[in-house]
Ligand binder design. Sequence first.
Ligand SMILES: [Zn+2]
Length: 405
Amino acid sequence: MTLPRIVIERCHYLAECTEEPGAITRPFASDAMRRAQALVTDWMAEAGMTVMRDNIGNLRGRYAGAGEATLLLGSHLDSVRDAGKYDGPLGVIVAIAAVQRLRDAHRRLPFAIEVLAFADEEGLRYGSTYLGSRAVAGPFEWRDLERVDSAGITMSDAIRTFGGDPDRIREDRWQGGDLLGYCEVHIEQGPVLEARGLPVGVVSAIAGQGRFEVEFTGVAGHAGTVPMDRRRDALIGAAEFVLAVEAAATTQEGLVATVGKLETHPGVSNVIPARAMMSLDIRHADDRIRTEVSVRLASRAQDIARRRKLSIEIRTVAQNPAIVCAPRLVSLLTQAVEECQVQPIQLTSGAGHDAVVMSSLSDVGMLFVRCKGGVSHNPAESVTTEDVAVALDVLSRFLELLAEQ
Ligand SMILES: [Zn+2]
């Protein structure tokens, strides 16, 4: 069997490691993760790597090189609920396959390669994303250890049960000396490559993200007796704001904005809503533009509230700055794509990735692989063996180019 076929087959094997029969759900420090890691450990060993698991629960496979420096490759092994087969695992398995190729050719590069299979990126079990890469690159939030899952198990206990020591997560931080960078292969999770008819694309930046909670407050009242001109309906204000969000995003190139959650209080059919709470997620590759739009939308929300005699509160939940992929790695990946006879394109990632966190430790680069319909976080995720073959060739070529430098 060819290596690209093996990569696809391995993604299918990992899909069997799930907490929910009939679906793919692989949370942090779960039995499903334990089974997945047993498979990945074997594959890493077969590719000539020494394998260890760190305290947070990342699997790390190291393929020694002739020199001291290390190139990090990898992605995450955990999943969302009812996930697809490729978001995360593909990047781990392609990286192992690239090392397997070196091993099969009895080849050592001037640098070591360490493949990181991160224990948690999606945050399904504890609602705390990037646990794995934060342990490696920092900063790790110690308060996270007190978080409790839906079964009442603290993160500390989950880590212990999984075989790690929560008191020694500090030791998971990268201590292996000089780094040449971190490079992650990942499905695109968007439609650009498919629309352009290209198997892979080089990521130039990962969009920054602002997350907010917006709450309009009015006055509850009887749906049958309060005349329309006397109402202070919080939901009508919220509805107007949702449309303002859409308008702001459609008129700003490259900006995406989403209200994904909307709750009303008291939330019954015959009462005018007194409160409307919503989430707001705003992303752009340029932090300045994202901030400008956020400020503009906040003042728009104030206007709406004033006109409708509502009060308004806007809370910032998180602000994650955009990260720029290292020009050196972008250019080597682009050259590798060209040398594989594929038209190179660069694109920005709207989704966050472990590379975001790893950028605080080293240069980062990413290679996106076309996925059918741009679908992800969904059982319908699909990639072709031919595209995986291109991604593997590009990654292998990238390693050679880096070795020649
Ligand atoms: Zn992912």
